[in-house]
Design a protein around this ligand. Structure first.
Ligand code: DGP
Length: 114
């Protein structure tokens, strides 16, 4: 059995509130939202994080970013604005080792680090 939490969500073993899906990408609401709209956008292909993009299928990152725009439209935050963040590794406090982008929006967000 696949032990990766997000692979199990993508496979339908663990329920999640899907907001967008295509052949390569799944977007679902974060279990612990940090903003009014907080969605996780993942590739269905398992990669641990940004350091593993060399093993990604062709155009996977471009597909993911195009899908992010579709997610923003579904959430109706494409015009009001949003933040897209991927935590990579220990110092960034990545807790799930399956590449994902957090999409945060739906309200004025707190101060930025960058
Ligand atoms: P990160 O810390 O960047 O690796 O983000 C992992 C996110 O995953 C975190 O914001 C909480 C979320 N999360 C953890 N477990 C689950 C789950 O079972 N379901 C959903 N929907 N989100 C989860």
């Amino acid at each position: 059995m696949n032990e990766c939490l997000f692979c199990r969500i993508a496979g339908g073993d663990i329920p999640a509130e899907t907001v967008y899906e295509n052949a390569q990408v799944l977007a679902f609401r974060d279990i612990s939202p940090q903003a009014k709209s907080h969605v996780l956008i993942i590739p269905k292909q398992h990669l641990e994080g940004l350091n593993d993009l060399a093993g990604a299928k062709d155009d996977m990152l471009a597909d993911l970013l195009r899908a992010a725009h579709e997610v923003a439209k579904v959430l109706q935050i494409d015009q009001t604005g949003y933040r897209l963040v991927s935590n990579c590794g220990k110092d960034a406090k990545q807790s799930v080792l399956h590449l994902h982008f957090h999409m945060l929006g739906g309200e004025a967000l707190s101060e930025r680090m960058v």
